[in-house]
Design a protein around this ligand. Structure first.
Ligand SMILES: [Ca+2]
Ligand SMILES: [Ca+2]
Length: 175
């Protein structure tokens, strides 16, 4: 019999999505009651933890859309990452390289088109930025959320992307 101490991890009220933690090594996202296997995950949903300067970071080992990723970080007292300097950017990228996957940050221009800011700090991006080739290219489309991505065979850089796409994500806490 499957030992299950399933507890509701978070309830994302806006669209009634929620995801659950389980004691098994699998993690499922359920949407409107339908369970979708998102693959094997560690028990705490974190694949790596590291510190840099005054921050601690956690890389998720699950993929969520930007809104749910934002909620997931806040639910454990952290925030989606904000990147304030080249040094921080380079350090984070050095941690991401082994994964070769996209990761959400807190950056977005959901409130004012083309005005990207870090949701975690409320500050506009800059002065340092690491936009990828031809990025941001979303214009007035719905590419409103900022992810670390690999594109055009370039190293990790910042891309505006569709917020509803599930990617892994980076949580940051300050100490
Ligand atoms: Ca930061
Ligand atoms: Ca883009």
């Amino acid at each position: 019999m499957k030992r299950e101490i399933s507890r509701t991890f978070a309830a994302y009220k806006r669209d009634a999505w929620h995801f659950e933690r389980q004691t098994s090594d699998s993690r499922e996202i359920s949407a409107h009651g339908e369970k979708v296997d998102v693959g094997t995950a560690s028990k705490d949903g974190v694949s790596a933890r590291f510190t840099f300067g005054n921050s601690t970071y956690e890389l998720s080992d699950i993929e969520l859309d930007w809104y749910m990723a934002n909620y997931a970080c806040k639910n454990k007292g952290m925030f989606l990452v904000s990147v304030e300097s080249e040094a921080e950017d380079e350090f984070i990228i050095s941690q991401l390289i082994p994964y070769w996957l996209s990761f959400w940050t807190s950056g977005n221009d959901l409130y004012k088109e083309r005005q990207f800011y870090w949701d975690s700090t409320g500050h506009l991006l800059g002065p340092y930025t690491n936009w990828g080739f031809k990025q941001p290219d979303g214009g007035t489309s719905d590419e409103n959320c900022l992810a670390y991505m690999l594109a055009y065979n370039m190293p990790y850089s910042w891309h505006d992307a569709f917020c509803t796409t599930p990617y892994r994500f980076i949580c940051e806490s300050y100490h």
